[in-house]
Design a protein. Structure first.
Length: 351
């Protein structure tokens, strides 16, 4: 996105004590601000913002057309904000590959919903699901994971002994939006509808999760026990070998889903999965590219005191992509998270 930037005050102040002579006390270290950032919006690049808004309203009728920072937007549980570009943005989903040719850390956005009859809903607005492979030799594919003959996601070494089973309600499914943005629907009969879904790729998902906890003050999901209230300690070690590929998957080669990392932010959670172009799966080892400029450009979180967050982020040695600048009636700043994911903080006063 293009913003009107202004240079913030960056002066540092020191306390001068006069005790026989003038001396400067050491500056107090930056402290992470109180409060947990909450998911605010996703920034997308598009060739045609009006077309993009219409498409998202058609697949998610609960949303409304809106505007943010002078740009077209879709308002739901999270906002989608569209930056119109002259050239097609990178990161478009490639149907034959089952992935973009240039994958960033931003995998997809989406919505929580009961997908059992989502094909009927979307057919009514002329939208078709992307095909999911049920194994490496599958030719027909399916449109949602609940229609696979397996009870759950199967990995390579389990396919030969996979028991047949009746289709299940719900599951995950994908559609491809304007400019090649990948959009996932996921859930079953008890799922509360909400367009607030983000999934990311990272080199080391659990190390990335630790970073979100340490730097952005988010938390790991509690340990699974009787009451679900036991805090989960930081992943240590956080580095882990990639697991086997599993199906259903948009890629014939399957999807690597382990190790997985998850963080809880101020109004939901985000899960991280390993980078997929490893072990020769894509013909060569392809690192993640920066998300800035891709169709899925950045993810934004709401905070209360942007100046305090800026001080903390600078002290944490993050790469600032856009310093504090005007954003609607507020201010915002953008920086680089793990694996060159662009992250924006938007100042939203407490209500």
């Amino acid at each position: 996105m293009q913003f009107v930037s202004r240079r913030p005050h960056t002066g540092r102040f020191f306390l001068t004590l006069l005790i026989g002579s003038t001396a400067c006390a050491p500056e107090a270290p930056a402290v992470r601000p109180a409060g947990v950032p909450a998911l605010h919006h996703v920034g997308l690049n598009t060739l045609d913002a009006e077309r993009a808004v219409d498409w998202y309203l058609s697949v998610w009728p609960e949303a409304t057309a809106s505007e943010m920072n002078g740009q077209p937007a879709v308002a739901a549980e999270m906002y989608l904000v569209f930056n119109e570009t002259d050239e097609a943005p990178g990161g478009a989903f490639h149907p034959q590959l089952g992935r973009p040719e240039d994958q960033s850390a931003f995998w997809h956005i989406g919505a929580f919903a009961n997908t059992t009859e989502m094909d009927v809903e979307l057919a009514a607005v002329g939208v078709r699901h992307a095909s999911l492979f049920r194994g490496p030799d599958d030719q027909a594919g399916t449109w949602r994971s609940g229609l696979t003959p397996y009870q759950g996601i199967l990995v390579e070494d389990q396919l030969a002994d996979a028991p047949e089973a009746e289709p299940r309600p719900g599951g995950f499914s994908y559609v491809v939006g304007p400019d090649g943005a990948l959009f996932e629907f996921t859930g079953g009969a008890r799922t509360e509808r909400s367009m607030s879904h983000v999934h990311l790729f990272h080199e080391q998902p659990q190390c990335a999760a630790n970073w979100y906890v340490d730097v952005l003050g988010m938390s790991l999901p509690p340990v699974r026990n009787d009451d679900g209230t036991t805090p989960r300690p930081a992943y240590s070690p956080c580095e882990a070998e990639h697991g086997a590929a599993g199906w259903p998957s948009l890629e014939r080669a399957g999807t690597i889903r382990q190790p997985r990392g998850t963080i809880q932010h101020g109004n939901g959670s985000i899960s991280f999965y390993p980078r997929q172009c490893v072990r020769g799966r894509c013909g060569e080892d392809l690192p993640l590219v920066p998300s800035r400029g891709q169709v899925l450009d950045h993810v934004a979180f709401a905070v209360e005191d942007l100046a305090a967050w800026r001080e903390w982020l600078v002290a944490s040695d993050v790469v600032i992509l856009e310093d504090i600048h005007d954003f609607d009636v507020r201010q915002a700043m953008m920086f680089e998270g793990p694996d060159r994911l662009a992250i924006e903080l938007v100042e939203v006063p407490a209500t």
